[in-house]
Design a binder for this molecule. Structure first.
Ligand code: NAD
Ligand code: IPM
Ligand code: MN
Length: 367
């Protein structure tokens, strides 16, 4: 049997810096665990625009459709801010999500004990937090039509459309209920059913799907209250399911519960392929961090933990995913800190590569 295939799209800014640490970890799994991957690399975002004049070349899109999993770093940066909307780096990522039909975006927010003091919230509010946001990723206001900037009555008008079909809601709801069944059997659905028809439909469909999951305790919350509750008492949640835009915002909010945006991984999953694996792309929740790019300071943990999610969701090796997550946890418990995790303690931060060194040493120690 051939090795599982990975396509690495490191992208822009700190993307290549954090992804370099993941490449070392992939090699570690080949050398030390006999888990060899066929790895290819390509361009996305600004890097692809610079070479091809498009943020995602058709050949790269075709490769992404064929591999077992895509690993993505980050896209975007000030250099590309004035580009036409159609070729902005972010469009490359959105095209991958849409054409691979990656409708379920899993964004876990776990607060490692060693980082409980790094959150902007009190230790007791976040310590032990372990929640999962399931964000719908291929529809809603990110993709709805009509969209654009038009002229009406001699002034410009910007339009985006929030649009959800019931099948789009149903499939992401099922993904969230399935996850809830494997966790604490508690699901909170967030929308704005008080002001948006799409939210009314969302609530109805999620409630209908819940009939197939009688063991899951379902609750509904308006997304604005949800944002407040995430900050007030985040441990009340286990799995949260929400739409594309609310999920984007709520997951950045959840990031601060864990100490740093540099800690949050994600998995974007679609329907199963012929080999039974889901179509999948793994990426950190953070962006290209232009303010620190090129300085060797970025925290690679979110990207490393995204690879752990690949081990779990694409390669059915939950034990190896656990091993990698425990390695990151141990490194943090040992006090190894990149600069983003230094606000309170002071001391000398380690570089991106040194954080990679420490994780690999912890992996070695786990054998
Ligand atoms: P950002 O996530 O890039 O950065 C926000 C803040 O968090 C910055 O201060 C940054 O230094 C810090 N940060 C982020 N990741 C970090 C890490 N791993 N280690 C240490 N610090 C980290 O968000 P932004 O500044 O709003 O966006 C910058 C660019 O990235 C934009 O072009 C945006 O569109 C893009 N973006 C891309 C993705 C993606 O590729 N998935 C996600 C979000 C933003
Ligand atoms: C994210 C990012 C993206 C989004 C951008 C870069 C397209 O913010 O993955 O959270 O808005 O979905
Ligand atoms: Mn975002």
């Amino acid at each position: 049997m051939s090795n599982p295939s990975l396509l690495i799209l490191a992208g822009d800014g700190i993307g290549p810096e954090v992804m370099a640490q993941v490449s070392r970890i992939i090699d570690w799994y080949g050398d030390k665990r006999g888990m060899a991957f066929d790895v290819s690399e390509d361009l996305v975002g600004g890097a692809a625009y610079d070479k091809h004049g498009t943020p995602l070349h058709d050949d790269t899109m075709a490769k992404a459709q064929e591999v077992d999993a895509v690993l993505l770093g980050a896209v975007g940066g000030p250099k590309y801010d004035d580009l036409d909307f159609s070729v902005k780096p972010e469009r490359g990522l959105l095209r991958l999500r849409k054409e691979m039909d990656l409708f379920a975006n899993l964004r876990p927010a776990q607060c490692f004990g060693a980082l409980a003091d790094f959150s902007s919230l009190k230790r007791e509010v976040v310590e032990g937090l372990d929640l999962m946001i399931v964000r719908e990723l291929t529809s809603g206001s990110y993709f709805g039509e009509p969209r654009g900037i038009f002229t009406e009555n001699n002034e410009r008008v910007g339009i985006n459309t929030q649009r959800y079909t019931e099948s789009e809601i149903e499939r992401v709801a099922r993904a969230a209920f399935d996850l809830a069944m494997k966790r604490n059997r508690k699901l909170c659905s967030m929308e704005k059913a008080n002001v948006m028809e799409s939210g009314v439909l969302w609530r109805e469909v999620v409630t209908e799907v819940s009939a197939d999951y009688p063991e899951v305790e379902l609750s509904h919350m308006y997304a604005d209250n949800g944002a407040m509750q995430l900050v007030r008492a985040p441990k009340q949640f286990d799995v949260i399911v929400t739409d594309n835009l609310f999920g984007d915002i709520l997951s950045d909010c959840a990031a601060m519960l864990t100490g740093s945006l540099g800690m949050l991984p994600s998995a974007s999953l679609g329907a199963p392929m012929a080999n039974g694996r889901p179509k999948a792309l793994y990426e950190p929740v953070h962006g290209s961090a232009p303010d620190i790019a090129g300085q060797g300071k970025a925290n690679p943990c979110a990207c490393i933990l995204s690879f752990a999610m690949a081990l779990r969701y694409s390669f059915d090796t939950g034990a190896e995913a656990d091993r990698l997550e425990r390695a990151v946890e141990k490194v943090l418990a040992d006090g190894v800190r990149t600069a983003d995790l230094m606000q309170k303690e002071g001391g000398t931060p380690v570089s991106t590569t040194e954080m990679g060194d420490a994780v690999i040493a912890a992996l070695d120690a786990s054998l």
